[in-house]
Design a protein around this ligand. Structure first.
Ligand code: AMP
Length: 204
């Protein structure tokens, strides 16, 4: 099974994709996580690291190669869940070619929909566990005592506005590109409620 999650920052793509990996036994591939790991390790070129910190999108060629290498790994043979890729029409076209060359078919493209006002509230309260990558919300799912959690440097209100505007510029082109594979899912409510809607959309 190959699934793609599309949605604004803070829509819950990562949280929901992680839940599906357990259910379907396939890996989650998150370009944001891969890029952050490189940034923290100091292996991401400085100009790209600065673009990320400012909440901008990296050029397509900087992310397409990451995905090409990752989906060629053995744990992707039964499928995978893409979270945060593709984000542009160019990336979607590159993905089409990669899947065709590997003999894979895309099953569903899930658009998680959450209003901007809720996104901002979710993101400024988002904290990520340094050792496990688990995502917490300071009020609704606070980190357990003793956890070393951090706020991402692009999770400030100003940068969220920029990231929302990047998303606003590109999502319609992606929706049109994927046509009948698209399922729109209401991303508001509890994590369980959204998971239930996603499973229905995947299995329908
Ligand atoms: P995310 O964790 O998905 O919110 O991604 C964090 C940041 O990584 C984004 O704001 C971009 O700077 C960069 N990024 C992640 N995925 C992509 C992508 N598919 N295309 C371009 N930039 C990306």
């Amino acid at each position: 099974m190959i699934l793609v999650f599309i949605g604004p920052p803070g829509a819950g793509k990562g949280t929901q994709a992680r839940r599906l990996t357990e259910r379907f036994g396939i890996p989650q591939i998150a370009t944001g996580d891969m890029l952050r790991a490189r940034k923290e390790a100091g292996t991401l070129p400085a100009d790209l690291a600065a673009t990320m910190s400012a909440g901008g999108l990296l050029p397509d060629e900087a992310v397409v190669g990451l995905i090409r290498d990752r989906i060629a790994e053995p744990d992707c043979a039964k499928g995978f869940i893409l979270d945060g890729f593709p984000r542009t029409k160019g990336q979607a076209l590159a993905l089409d070619t990669m899947l065709k060359n590997s003999g894979y078919d895309l099953d569903r493209v899930l658009f998680l929909q959450v209003p901007d006002s809720l996104i901002v509230e979710r993101i400024v309260n988002r904290r990520v566990c340094v050792s496990t990558g688990e995502v917490f919300h300071l009020m609704y799912s606070p980190p357990p005592a003793g956890r070393d959690v951090r706020q991402r440097d692009d999770d400030t209100e100003e940068k969220i506005r920029r990231r929302l505007s990047e998303y606003g510029n590109t999502f319609e082109a992606l929706r049109q590109h994927y046509g009948s594979l698209v399922r729109e899912v209401d991303g508001t409510g509890s994590i369980e409620e959204v998971s239930g809607r996603i499973l229905q959309a995947v299995e329908a």
